[in-house]
Ligand binder design. Structure first.
Ligand SMILES: [Zn+2]
Length: 449
């Protein structure tokens, strides 16, 4: 295990910094799963990928409901011999609007939200927030909305209690002091002339109608999320780190996508899978538990004219997969939760996580000695700097990934991704050196024989 910065050439150092610039652009643009799907689709189309449900080509893209995508690149071998699969998730913790979000209190208009995924609620107070989403109106027309990302646009925020009046709040447990029901976003404050009741709400509804053609009932049929309003930034006087929202798991999304676009010849067919709903347990029709992967593989076998009674299961069983998800990096402020010998560290390269889960390895998928050996030797052969990672001390908690759902097909699968500090916060931190090694790791895996 080594610090990447101490092991690389000056040429690689340049590559690290230029890769980080590309990544930051993506991260700043894509703050919802739909925006990620849009980005992936456009990039794939620019690179000659065609709609897999309608074309029989060597490079195909499959997507469903703007929330799940697969990209396929034919290899020298047939699909029945198994794919090289990398699966990552495109959703991140955030606040969603409730179906009836608008309410007025104390002559201020607020948006009622429900959080999505594992957040520490206090981190969402007192920061600038943006609104991203899609609304379906009464004519069944879709309308995309992003407010708060441009310099001249307003932002939104959740007001906390001032310390002077926070005496009782201070003595409560952190989750009781800031319950989910208090995560309501400040949305406006000017009343409509001549109104007596709900006058601010009436004025805001007027603005929504005039400026965005949105009526109150339209918000029932909407996927609107509240996310941090700021762009990714370099962190550190040496600019070695990146701070930004949604790096879990978009750092793995982007590096795997970039790796695929940079590959010319691959022995095995490649399948990248980008799934939604991971942060809430992978439930739903666009999650890793959905039948999407099965359907895509079936379609590829049909194109290759090798579809039979047994071939989808065989192709999946013969596949080798990386569950590309981030792992937690050792935090010098909270070292007590980590096992210093086994936890991942920033700048030590891509993390190989043999198993996830918590306590007695409950609810985890574990890669075998053989498959972990295959990965380790592959990375060593191609100068990928890697480290091991596990989630904290044995009884300190833990986490899971989508690896368990693909493992059900019998394929070999292992968790590999970048270490992240401040994970699941509105400002997650990654290392540019680890970003580069993660990209390199995915590329050698996809290219390998
Ligand atoms: Zn994740």
């Amino acid at each position: 295990m080594a610090n990447v910065w101490e092991k690389i050439s000056s040429k690689e150092k340049e590559e690290i910094f230029s890769l980080a610039e590309e990544y930051k652009k993506f991260l700043g643009l894509c703050k919802t799963e739909r925006e990620v799907v849009n980005y992936i689709t456009s990039l794939a189309m620019e690179n000659g990928y065609k709609d897999g449900f309608n074309y029989n080509e060597e490079k195909l893209i499959f997507s469903d409901k703007d929330r799940i995508v697969a990209i396929y690149k034919r290899g020298k071998r047939k699909a029945i011999d198994g794919f090289k699969i990398i699966i990552s998730h495109i959703d991140s913790p955030r606040l969603d609007l409730k179906p009836k979000p608008l309410y007025e209190d104390s002559e201020l208009l607020l948006l009622d939200t429900q959080y999505y995924g594992g957040i520490k609620k206090y981190q969402w107070f007192s920061i600038p927030l943006a609104i991203h989403g899609v609304i379906v109106n009464k004519y069944n027309r879709r309308q995309y909305i992003v407010i708060g990302e441009e310099e001249d646009e307003p932002v939104f925020t959740i007001a906390d209690l001032l310390p002077h009046l926070g005496k009782i709040q201070k003595d409560k447990k952190i989750d009781e002091a800031l319950p989910g029901e208090k995560l309501d976003v400040l949305f406006g404050s000017i009343p409509l002339d001549g109104e007596k009741e709900n006058k601010v709400k009436k004025n805001i509804l007027k603005i929504l109608k005039e400026k965005y053609e949105v009526e109150e009932e339209d918000l029932v049929s909407a996927d609107i999320t509240i996310v941090p309003a700021y762009k990714p930034r370099d962190i550190g006087i040496d600019r070695s780190l990146i701070g930004g929202y949604g790096q879990d798991d978009r750092i793995c999304v982007w590096t795997s996508l970039k790796a695929l676009m940079d590959i010319e010849n691959n022995e095995y067919p490649i399948l990248l899978l980008f799934v939604d709903r991971e942060e809430i347990g992978s439930f739903g029709n666009t999650s890793a538990r959905s039948k999407f992967l099965y359907v895509v593989v079936k379609r590829i076998l049909e194109i290759e004219k090798s579809l039979n009674y047994y071939s989808v299961e065989s192709a999946l069983y013969n596949s080798k997969a990386i569950s590309a998800d981030v792992t937690s990096a050792t935090n010098p402020n909270f070292k007590e939760v980590d096992d210093p010998n086994n936890s991942a560290k920033l700048n030590y390269g891509v993390a190989i996580v043999k198993y996830t889960g918590s306590g007695g390895k409950y609810y985890s998928s574990e890669a075998s000695a053989e498959f972990t050996g295959y990965i380790r030797n592959l990375f060593n052969k191609h100068n990928v700097i890697w480290q091991t990672g596990i989630f904290g001390k044995v009884d300190e908690g833990g986490g899971g990934t989508v690896a368990i759902f693909l493992a059900e097909y019998g394929m070999d699968i292992i968790d590999i991704g970048a270490p992240i500090l401040n994970m699941h916060s509105p400002f997650e931190i990654s290392s540019k050196a680890d970003l580069y090694m993660t990209y390199k790791a995915y590329k050698v895996f996809l290219e390998s024989e």
